[in-house]
Design a protein around this ligand. Structure first.
Ligand code: XUL
Ligand code: CO
Length: 434
């Protein structure tokens, strides 16, 4: 049994005036917000990879963390890592976690050996989950770290890698299904290219579309009731990634006939890399009924890298949840912290503080978002701005044609009068709630 977190008591809600650094001031799981428990709105998840598999390295230096379950190449230490993980889930009271196959099991010498290791850990997780109130938000396959994936998984020029990817995703979907996973995620870090000089982009996109159809076919074959999600990101590690942003993914899903089957897992840091705000990505997905789940971790705005930091900015988070609430909530999705400690944050307490603080920021954001919705000021302003379109005259314009509209404008029947967009008024309005 692990002793890693033994000195740390469960994190509890103590209210906004608490000065306990390891208490929730805003996250009260049972508090009712817009008719639903806060925990059921937010559906928090811990990302196994960043919390337990990341060793504190960066491109300029090796690991800084020294955990008792390193090196991560042996089954006894993989079990120890799982013991520690579930101890942390208990301390935080999170309802979900997420994994890649490679985070939880040591790689074997063969596919079959890796699979045996993986299945043994999935059994171990199953036993631990049986006695607890914790579920799997999503499982996924790491098809970007091992050298076999360097030129892509489903988009690899080598068909044998495509087949290996299919076999890998099958095993990860089986395990996700077995643990009652709510979703299955595909993020294509190497599904893209380094240079067009060696890349047949049209062929690669067709292969990626075929692969995703195979995933959906397999979901139905095994009766997996969760949602299949793809996660947009414009680049890093590839120079250009095919799942660039929400709009690109939606076009891709429609082209390959997957729009009714696949939704999006959106990540704040990826939105920033694509030159968007997070709420833009959420609104794009929501407009198409494709909002699936979120990875609630930010980038550093100055460095331009995908730094996977825990959220800390209440106004940003509030607008995120405002658009999620407007879209009807996260459904089978949740709020996953795809976030890691900074390299100098060495201690067990740092891991707890990072997650507890992030949960609290999200709770504050959710409450602010709910208050903005209940107030209705933003919705009223939006309705007013478009009110002209609610008239029969405007509807006739929509169903008209260029020539008829030209005649009306020429005759002076139509004469637009510009109105203020009131952006500053609306920003001031939001600031009343955050
Ligand atoms: C990488 C990233 C991944 C996915 C899962 O930037 O976000 O961790 O969330 O593969
Ligand atoms: Co992510």
């Amino acid at each position: 049994m692990s002793r890693f977190f033994d000195a740390i008591a469960p994190v509890r809600y103590e209210g906004p005036d608490s000065s306990n650094p390891l208490a929730f001031r805003h996250y009260d799981p049972d508090e009712i917000v817009l008719g639903k428990r806060m925990a059921d709105h937010l559906r928090f998840a811990v990302a196994y990879w960043h919390a337990f598999a990341y060793e504190g390295g960066d491109p300029f230096g090796g690991p800084t963390f020294q955990r008792p379950w390193y090196p991560q190449d042996d089954m006894a230490r993989a079990r120890l890592k799982a013991d520690v993980a579930f101890q942390m889930f208990d301390i935080l009271g999170v309802p979900y976690f997420c994994w890649h196959d490679a985070d939880i099991r040591p790689e074997g010498a063969t596919f079959a050996e890796s699979l045996r290791n993986f299945e043994a850990i999935i059994d171990y997780f199953g036993d631990k989950m049986a006695g607890r109130d914790i579920g799997l938000l999503w499982g996924t396959a790491n098809m970007f770290s091992h050298r076999r994936w360097m030129a892509g998984a489903s988009t690899n020029p080598d068909p044998d890698v495509f087949a290996w990817a299919a076999a890998t995703v099958k095993t990860c979907m089986d395990a996700t299904h077995r643990l009652g996973g709510q979703n299955y995620v595909l993020w294509g870090g190497r599904e893209g290219y380094e240079t067009l000089l060696n890349t047949d982009m049209a062929r690669e996109l067709d292969h990626m579309g075929r692969f995703l159809n195979m995933v959906v076919e397999y979901k139905h074959k095994i009766g997996f009731a969760g949602t299949i999600l793809v996660e947009p990101k414009p680049q890093e590690p590839s120079k250009h990634q095919y799942d660039y942003d929400a709009a690109t993914c939606i076009g891709f899903l429609r082209k390959y006939g997957l729009e009714g089957e696949v939704k999006l897992n959106l990540e704040q840091g990826h939105a920033i890399l694509a030159g968007h705000s997070f709420e833009h990505e959420i609104a794009v997905a929501a407009a198409e009924g494709m909002l699936g789940s979120i990875d609630m971790n930010r980038n550093d705005y100055q460095s331009g890298w995908d730094t996977d930091q825990f959220p800390s900015n209440v106004p940003e988070v509030a607008l995120t949840y405002y658009h999620i609430l407007r879209a009807g909530g996260l459904g089978t999705g949740g709020t996953n912290f795809d976030a890691r400690l900074r390299r100098q944050s060495l201690d067990a307490e740092d891991l707890i503080a990072a997650h507890a603080g992030a949960m609290d920021v999200c709770a504050r954001g959710l409450k602010a978002a709910a208050a903005m919705l209940a107030d209705g000021g933003l919705e009223t302003a939006l309705r007013d701005r478009y009110a002209g379109w609610d008239t029969p005259r405007a509807q006739r314009m929509l169903n008209s044609d260029l020539d008829a509209l030209f005649q009306q404008v020429l005759a002076g029947e139509i004469d637009p009068q510009p109105r203020s967009g009131r952006q500053e008024w609306l920003e001031n309005h939001v600031n009343r709630f955050v």
